[in-house]
Write a protein that binds this ligand. Structure first.
Ligand SMILES: [Zn+2]
Length: 165
């Protein structure tokens, strides 16, 4: 694990404004993605969702992840670059998406906002959380070696992963 990156109790080291600006009632169902806020945490649970909907008494505010997507407010940016990606683009994207899937199982608010192609040798992946960007940096480094670097600022994390040959 990177030296400058120290988790506090498994949480992000960067304050997330989207977790503090709205008071979500309990329960709340995000109308966009269906994530449920219940007992102070977010989760995907189809059975619980049906139960809540049958009960009829619930909030319908958008979850922090959907709001970040809407606002294009990434808390993580992963810069993927180098000649290596030309031949392995699909494989790399699948690896990144697989990591998102694993992250979502633990925390439904960890999502990829977009994967943008800058040019043949560079892609930028935007994520809703710094922790997901960090995970993506880790998995790319673990899967394909190359070089990885993590740069924190006050409100987001930038991850640079590159491999030339
Ligand atoms: Zn949502």
């Amino acid at each position: 694990m990177d030296k400058i990156y120290k988790r506090r109790g498994g949480n992000s080291v960067i304050d997330d404004p989207y977790l503090q600006d709205i008071n979500y009632g309990d329960p709340n169902i995000c109308p966009e993605c269906g994530a449920i806020y219940h007992n102070k945490r977010w989760k995907f649970d189809e059975d619980l969702k049906r139960e809540i909907q049958l009960n009829g008494n619930y909030g319908e505010k958008k979850c922090p992840a959907c709001r970040k997507k809407e606002d294009d407010y990434p808390m993580g940016l992963v810069f993927v670059s180098g000649n290596f990606i030309q031949e392995h683009r699909e494989d790399i994207i699948n690896t990144v998406k697989g990591e998102e899937k694993r992250a979502i199982q633990k925390n439904p608010l960890e999502r990829i906002i977009s994967v943008e192609k800058e040019n043949e040798n560079q892609y930028i992946i935007k994520t809703t959380t710094d922790t997901l960007a960090h995970r993506i940096g880790n998995i790319l480094h673990k899967s394909y070696n190359g070089e990885v670097e993590y740069k924190f600022s006050e409100d987001h994390l930038r991850v640079f992963w590159s491999r030339e040959v």
